[in-house]
Design a protein around this ligand. Structure first.
Ligand SMILES: [Zn+2]
Length: 251
């Protein structure tokens, strides 16, 4: 029990540290800035952040969300992404324990979180995230080689119908990044969970988007990335259980 708690704390701390790196990706990738060589700096006054300004979560809280030098507000997105990434890691660990799944799903969760925020802000999913998830999928296939066809079918099962919609509507029905995302996630989740992930993403997307349009008069452009990502994350962890439960009514 103590052992589990210690590992859970370590995984959460890892999560917020990686979350801090995700913030860097979220701001710099759409602007094509280098994510390694550029030093982190204040967006208002250019103050170069010292190591003690870069401690995930705690620095933002200690500075109460303001730049140490010019007191300009620092977006609440920084601590939210860090904390959320930590929580996503923690949930994965509580579901999968110490296993290869935990490693793969944590990395997947980070990619999904970053691409969701970028898609929400820019309506684009940088292709690197989809490639990264596909690579995780390939590792997954290698560790479960006897079921390789499940994952191979997963790659095509949602992406091909979406591609046909994309082709017929000339790109207005669905974004190319969403199609690649569902191909990559299929390789990681297998075809059954991937279909479920897509359906869940669509339901979440429709409900939340309608609410947002009602409440805030949000524009009608819909970034699907965040909703598909939520569906993928949920189904990676609980998809098989949900399917078993659903199919039990027909057994
Ligand atoms: Zn500043």
């Amino acid at each position: 029990m103590l052992y589990t708690i210690v590992i859970a704390i370590i995984i959460f701390l890892y999560g917020i540290i990686i979350g801090s790196f995700l913030n860097v990706c979220i701001y710099r990738l759409p602007k094509k800035e280098n994510i390694v060589t550029t030093r982190s700096h204040c967006m208002s006054c250019g103050y170069q952040l010292k190591w003690y300004d870069l401690i995930p979560l705690f620095s933002w809280l200690a500075l109460r969300g303001r730049c140490r030098k010019c007191k300009a507000e620092i977006s609440v997105q920084y601590p939210v992404v860090e904390a959320l990434n930590g929580v996503l890691y923690l949930i994965v660990f509580l579901c999968c324990g110490v296993s290869i799944e935990t490693l793969l799903y944590c990395l997947m969760a980070s990619a999904l979180l970053a691409l969701s925020v970028i898609d929400f802000r820019t309506f684009e999913i940088p292709v690197g995230f989809n490639v990264f998830i596909a690579v995780l999928g390939l590792v997954r296939v290698l560790t479960d080689i006897s079921n390789w066809s499940e994952y191979a079918i997963g790659f095509f099962v949602v992406s091909i119908p979406l591609y046909i919609i994309y082709f017929v509507t000339k790109g207005r029905g669905i974004g190319g990044g969403d199609i690649k995302l569902m191909a990559a996630s299929g390789l990681l989740l297998g075809w059954k969970c991937n279909i479920l992930a897509f359906l869940l993403g669509c339901i979440l997307g429709s409900v939340i988007h309608i609410l947002r349009m009602r409440l805030t008069k949000a524009e009608h452009v819909l970034a699907m990335g965040p909703y598909l990502s939520a569906g993928i994350y949920v189904c990676a962890l609980w998809g098989t259980g949900l399917l078993d439960w659903y199919l039990s009514f027909y057994g």
